[in-house]
Design a protein around this ligand. Structure first.
Ligand code: GDP
Length: 301
């Protein structure tokens, strides 16, 4: 239900266009595939992924001798789901075998990083975990205060230093503080300036180094937060962050705010990083673990 509601804009647009296409074409032919291709690209599925999909559909249509578009329809959703489901992939959050789990959140300003950390904090809190948040974005004006607001709202401690201070020092403090409080989850915010890739890389490396000196197997996750409404821009951000650090999972926010939810497919298929959470609204419960079947199902129903 959360998926269905959150994806309403995408579904209205996508299902509408699909139905229209199916109504106009009874016969599976080149023109039909061309329009399907355009439709998918228009939904932000990503050119590379669309090309793969169309090729696979053509091959399969030939193999099964499918001539009627109505027969092809179930195959389209099946192939879409395949693109999201990599076999053997684990899209759950990795936790420390014992001791404290450290999750680092990275991403450009405005994508919903702080909000996501707050939502994740609430989830863990509700599960009975003891959570600490580290205000590692010491660069963006207001970032520390915003995290503190979430901290107050959720009832979770925030470790901070003053604006402009060294994020690595904040992380060191946060680990000590979280340990002394007996926390089992530490959620770390980081600065999201992309203007200078070398600085971004250096900062993330330093932050990780400090964390690993204290907890060698940490961070247990590096989650890249991407804004679904930015479409192909999100893809290029992802590539930059992949070069800067080892990203272990993706959080795709604001899917409720776009009619082009196809971006999930592009992200999943072209980046080879599992999507672990999707943001389907502004409330804490709107952050949902990603489920590819539910996603595809929500596009068509
Ligand atoms: P940051 O700069 O990356 O830390 O971004 P913020 O956490 O400040 O988020 C920017 C805006 O996006 C805020 O107004 C959030 O409420 C909003 N936002 C974050 N996630 C979602 C989501 O999944 N859906 C919607 N509709 N808004 C979101």
């Amino acid at each position: 239900e959360k998926f269905k509601d959150g994806l309403a804009k995408t579904r209205d647009s996508f299902a509408g266009k699909m139905n229209d296409l199916m109504a106009r074409y009874r016969k599976v032919d080149e023109d039909f595939f061309e329009e399907l291709e355009e439709l998918l690209i228009g939904a932000d599925v990503g050119v590379e992924t669309v090309m793969e999909l169309i090729d696979e559909l053509k091959t399969e249509a030939k193999r099964q001798n499918i001539k009627d578009t109505s027969e092809l329809a179930p195959l389209i959703s099946e192939k879409l789901a395949d693109k999201l489901d990599k076999s053997g992939e684990d899209n759950t959050i990795q936790h420390a075998a014992d001791g404290m789990t450290v999750i680092l959140f990275v991403g450009v300003n405005g994508v919903g990083k702080t909000t996501t950390i707050g939502k994740v904090a609430q989830k863990y809190k509700e599960e009975g975990s003891r959570v600490v948040m580290a205000a590692g974005d010491t660069f963006r004006a207001g970032a520390i205060e915003q995290l503190e607001e979430w901290g107050n709202q959720v009832g979770v401690d925030v470790v901070k230093q003053q604006a402009g201070s060294d994020p690595a020092a904040v992380m060191y403090d946060a680990i000590q503080s979280a340990r002394s409080k007996g926390a089992n989850v530490l959620l770390c915010d980081t600065a999201g300036r992309l203007q200078n890739k070398v600085n971004l890389m250096k900062e993330l490396e330093k932050v990780k180094r400090v964390i690993q000196r204290e907890i060698p197997e940490a961070p247990h996750e590096v989650l890249l937060v991407l804004d679904a409404t930015t479409g192909q821009n999100a893809m290029s951000q992802a590539k930059t962050f992949q070069e800067a650090t080892d990203v272990s999972g993706i959080v795709l926010t604001k899917l409720d705010g776009t009619a082009k939810g196809g971006i999930v497919l592009a992200v999943r298929n072209e980046l080879d990083i599992p999507v672990k959470f999707v943001g389907l609204g502004e409330r804490a419960e709107d952050l949902q673990p990603f489920d590819s079947n539910q996603f595809v199902y929500s596009l068509f129903k």
